[in-house]
Design a protein around this ligand. Structure first.
Ligand SMILES: *Cc1c(COP(=O)(O)O)cnc(C)c1O
Length: 366
């Protein structure tokens, strides 16, 4: 029985991806062991925060860093930091920032929902959101002309959730920010490259610890030293209700230290997906193929095309039955309207491809 079943939750097989709603990542055993060790001991938290900044700096190439509960907390804390700095009275005023330099400029196509609302995260940090341009069209002048003496920062959202066409690039926003003497914040929550935006000169970059890093529920901010000191200072204010504890920080740092030397499991994952496809080849109405990740990453998913007539069920019906079964199997369903469901091998625990094959057979041959 899994630990979650002991608390009355159904067992979940995640074949979907790094889904926050399913618990984001299952951590490596070394990370889990470090979390447990930290949880059973004491530390001077402010000292741990400073040391954590050094590890984040090492792994990202930034001057310094700040651990957070996640990328969402990272956005709120970054915004608070650019508004309040290290002034205690301002830190304690956040999110009430009337009269302060509090405007955060964001392209309209970046004002999105990632599971929660980007503008809301900015508002929690005390930012007044200034959306510029249109949802599918933003010009450089829209951004540059919106900068006033009330502007605290620009914010760019690097994500598949954001509108991809018609937006201005990070380079353009960085150039505007530099020209105007204000910082640029990049929300790079799910990005895999922890050095890229820092190397581009971005002052504040926000990452999730539970996505590409495959760490525990956590996140981090990296960037310019004075701004990272200001980020850590927000834990005396708005950061407190989004506090990352000692065990979360140690789990994050352990995952960060492992990151550059993590083993490449893509070939093994591909073989597991090939096994799954072979296993389903005689199931009527199911056609399997290996497809590489749309963004070109070394992720090889099993794509199952469901012919509703031959299978007796639509892809949509299959998805619903997989999700409502025991264990509940969550597949990747971006193309379910085309009759396609995908199995992502990355989050699968050992042997779970066998359970998935079994469940699909049971449902379609019932
Ligand atoms: C997932 C995500 C977040 C939130 O990350 P958490 O670590 O879950 O807080 C923020 N922004 C974007 C673009 C995301 O994809």
């Amino acid at each position: 029985m899994s630990i979650f079943e002991r608390y009355g939750c159904k067992q979940v097989i995640n074949a979907s991806g790094k889904m926050t709603a399913l618990g984001a990542s299952a951590v490596h055993k070394d990370v889990a062991a470090a979390v447990a060790e930290a949880a059973m001991d004491y530390v001077d938290i402010s000292e741990l925060m400073v040391q954590a900044g050094k590890v984040i700096a090492e792994v990202t190439g930034a001057e310094d860093g700040c651990p957070t509960t996640g990328a969402a907390g990272g956005i709120a804390i970054s915004v608070a930091a650019v508004i309040a700095g290290t002034s205690l009275s301002l830190i304690e005023r956040i999110p009430l920032t009337d009269g302060l330099r509090n405007e955060i400029i964001i392209q309209k196509g970046h004002s999105v929902h990632f599971g929660a609302s980007i503008p809301q995260m900015i508002a929690i940090g005390g930012g007044k959101v200034v959306e510029v341009g249109q949802a599918n069209h933003v010009e450089k002048d829209h951004i540059a002309e919106a900068v006033t003496d009330k502007t605290a920062a620009l914010l760019y959202v690097k994500s598949h959730h954001a509108v991809q066409k018609g937006m201005q690039s990070i380079e353009t926003m960085a150039a505007i920010a530099k020209d105007k003497g204000i910082p640029l914040i990049v929300d790079a929550a799910a990005e895999e490259d922890f050095r890229k935006y820092v190397a581009m000169g971005v002052e504040i970059v926000v990452y999730s610890g539970g996505k590409a890093l495959e760490g525990p529920t956590s996140g981090f901010i990296c960037g310019r030293a004075d701004l990272m000191v200001a980020c850590r200072a927000q834990y005396k204010g708005v950061g407190r209700p989004m506090k990352i504890g000692k065990e979360g920080i140690i789990g994050l740092l352990t995952a960060l230290r492992r990151y550059d030397n993590r083993p490449d499991e893509s070939q093994q994952q591909r073989e597991r997906m090939e096994w799954l496809i072979a296993e389903l080849k005689d199931v009527p109405g199911v056609k399997g193929a290996i497809t590489q990740d749309e963004a070109g990453r070394a992720i090889y998913r099993a794509q199952l095309t469901i012919d509703a007539k031959a299978a007796g069920k639509t892809a949509y019906e299959l998805i619903k039955e997989l999700e409502s079964g025991s264990p509940a199997v969550y597949t990747r369903n971006h193309y379910s309207n085309l009759g396609i469901i995908s199995v992502d091998p990355r989050p699968l625990l050992e042997g779970q491809e066998r359970v998935i094959a079994q469940r699909i057979k049971e449902i379609l041959q019932a």
